[in-house]
Design a binder for this molecule. Structure first.
Ligand SMILES: Cc1cc2nc3c(=O)[nH]c(=O)nc-3n(C[C@H](O)[C@H](O)[C@H](O)COP(=O)(O)OP(=O)(O)OC[C@H]3O[C@@H](n4cnc5c(N)ncnc54)[C@H](O)[C@@H]3O)c2cc1C
Length: 383
């Protein structure tokens, strides 16, 4: 790593490592796809009972109130033990957003179930006609007295078929110019009458996301976050959190471990040219950890991260793809199109993480869109 632990941090690292070793079921380690909630959520609950489910949340909201370095240590130790990908929409997206933009009633109602893991959240931004050009979204919410009536469709909604709630961008003023000035941010109970959810299978074979249909869904007015037609500002703040959270080095560290194991098993580890590439990959993962720690520091200042979040999203996602390409090379002639490879060091799944890494430069805004953000909002280049 790029920094050394203080004696207290070394003690904390040791405590985390020992605890994870004792409490993370072996069946959940090294998984390349997110396990089904029946299998995954008991571990979420265990982490929650330990008080470690939200290292980055302040203590007053049930978080760990961890220092920056403790957060980095947690991420590294989760990678070390091969921890699975937890549902993050509550912990990393809507939780911090409610802390910043929600009213007291919304915080009191929605934050505790996220910490406990009793309710799962989904993100309703993308639509069939609105992805990169998110401001063109057309899911309509019409205010009627003390509620809204919602009609429309969301797509690519991660875990919607397992989720209880969705935070959604909805059009509340169809005439507004510019278009984003007519968008609001609503919290919607996915068990409401009029909602249908249809899972979609990905190239890696998992049903990680779904389509969500809204047919005259009644949503109480108290579920509006912020002001009417002020959803765009909140939506962008949330994307900043999402872009940083998805660039957590945990996944690159796990990919690096997988490459090392595979290269030892195939023998390619002895090839000096491969060693050069592995060394470069390790340095890049260390650079990502440093970038992540800087980004977390900014995010911890109780404000949503700005456009700089795009830089880490590009770096983290493209690095993960290049690591998975190196994994295929490490497997060489052993690479299998669909099955994990049996080695003397245990099974190594090469194909699934490679296929899964295709998605990382798309979700949370594609790499092209991140480069546009950096060009306009960080470098102030002309449109
Ligand atoms: C695994 C996964 C999980 C996801 N989970 C969620 C979720 O939970 N909730 C949710 O709301 N969405 C989710 N998404 C959707 C994701 O946010 C969108 O796929 C993404 O924003 C791109 O939108 P699109 O698919 O409509 O592609 P399009 O916007 O149609 O883009 C197609 C291509 O054109 C390029 N492009 C588009 N506009 C420009 C431009 N102006 N300049 C340069 N290039 C451009 C894009 O980079 C891309 O390569 C998820 C996606 C994936 C892959």
């Amino acid at each position: 790593m790029f920094r050394r632990d203080t004696p207290q941090e070394a003690q904390f690292r040791n405590e985390v490592r020992t605890w994870l070793e004792a409490n993370l079921p072996h069946a959940l380690r090294g998984r390349t796809t997110r396990p089904h909630p029946d299998e995954l959520m008991p571990f979420y609950h265990t982490l929650s009972r330990k008080g470690w489910i939200a290292p980055h949340w302040p203590k007053k909201y049930g978080g760990m109130g961890a220092t920056l370095n403790e957060q980095i240590i947690m991420a590294a130790e989760m990678a070390h033990v091969g921890a699975p990908n937890l549902p993050v929409q509550g912990l990393n997206h809507i939780g911090p957003i409610l802390m910043e933009f929600g009213n007291e009633a919304q915080k009191a109602r929605h934050l505790p179930p996220i910490i406990e893991g009793s309710l799962i959240w989904a993100q309703g931004y993308s639509e069939p006609g609105a992805g990169s050009d998110l401001a063109s979204l057309s899911t309509r919410a019409v205010p009627q007295g003390d509620h809204f009536v919602v009609n429309g469709q969301k797509i690519w909604t991660t875990w919607a078929h397992h989720a209880d709630w969705i935070y959604a961008l909805v059009r509340t003023d169809p005439e507004a110019q510019p278009r984003h000035a007519g968008i609001s941010f609503l919290l919607i109970d996915l068990h409401s009458p009029g909602i249908k959810v249809r899972p979609i299978k990905t190239i890696a074979g998992d049903d990680e996301f779904a389509e969500v249909f809204f047919d005259n869904v009644v949503v109480p007015a108290e579920n509006l976050v912020g002001k009417l037609n002020d959803g765009w500002r909140i939506a962008n703040a949330l994307l900043g959190h999402e872009r940083i959270a998805t660039s957590n080095p945990q996944f690159s560290l796990m990919a690096l471990e997988r490459i090392r194991t595979m290269a030892r098993a195939s023998g390619v580890i002895a090839d000096p040219a491969f060693q050069d590439r592995l060394a470069a990959a390790s340095i890049n993962v260390t650079a990502l950890s440093a970038l992540f720690s800087h980004a977390v520091e900014l995010a911890n200042s109780e404000k949503s991260p700005g456009p700089e979040a795009s830089i880490i999203k590009i770096y983290g996602s493209e690095l993960l793809q290049s690591l998975n390409e190196l994994l295929i090379e490490a497997a060489g002639g052993f690479a299998s199109a669909d099955k994990p490879i049996a080695t003397q060091f245990g099974e190594v799944d090469v194909a699934t993480p490679f296929l899964q890494a295709r998605r990382v430069t798309i979700y949370g805004g594609s790499s092209e869109i991140q480069r546009n953000v950096v060009a306009r909002r960080v470098l102030n280049l002309p449109n």
